[in-house]
Design a protein around this ligand. Sequence first.
Ligand code: GSH
Length: 279
Amino acid sequence: MARTPARSDRSTSKTAKTRTASPRGRAKGKGAARKPASSARAKTVQTKPIELYYWPTPNGYKISIMLEECRLPYVVRPVNIAAGEQFRPEFLVISPNNRMPAIVDPQGPGGRPISVFESGAILLYLGRKTGKLYPRDERGRVEVEQWLMWQMAGLGPMAGQAHHFRGYALEKIPYAIARYTDECNRLYGVMNARLADRDFLAGRYSIADIACIGWVRSYAKQGQDLAEFPHLERWFETMMARPAVQRGLAIRVEAAAKVDIRDPKVRAVLFDQRARAAR
Ligand SMILES: N[C@@H](CCC(=O)N[C@@H](CS)C(=O)NCC(=O)O)C(=O)O
């Protein structure tokens, strides 16, 4: 759960007490080999909160939901992308693509801090770190990874373009609107077919589902009607009923509610980006 924010997090409105990951090991099945406490699989208790560089968007929610699902303690570090905070030199060290989300885990591999950017990479890292929502076996991993990559390379970028041309672009370009609305529709159809005979994208609930929920939640902005996709609609309702999903989606930042996307200064920050010279 999110920790009561420190000084720099004052703009975060929804906060909660720090919750520390349970030190309990997994119940041993009959005949299972007992691993010594020093084995690589021995769980480390997360005593220092993970720093989540965050803004309340579909990509940001992926990580707040995962942290909630894993019950890892974390502190929200808002990155006001409408004000250009994603270009701050100290943030670029963590996230060179000037995009949030990113994390800093003070208890990374070897007990040393590690930073991770790209939401898919963060989900995989947290899945490996906790052993949750990312299987250990190769077949299980391939199932999850296919759908995670599908979200990262397909659903996310296409839905993002649909949001842009349908909602943010001042000039309404019918070709671009149709292109991305139709592509979202196709992708929703793929997801619907996949979910026809299983509860979740990889069979069991996983980081692949977490990657998708924030985007599917904005289906109306993408010009989609979930009634057209009954299996996807059932999945959506199941996902939205999960308390950790609800908590992850509820991590708000006050300043985000005040962003006016029509403000020329905001538009210049977000939509007039070109390569910056290396320093
Ligand atoms: N592929 C990246 C995409 C992240 C991304 O696009 N983040 C957006 C908000 S959803 C952002 O930080 N935008 C800042 C900007 O456009 O400068 C990921 O999944 O982490």
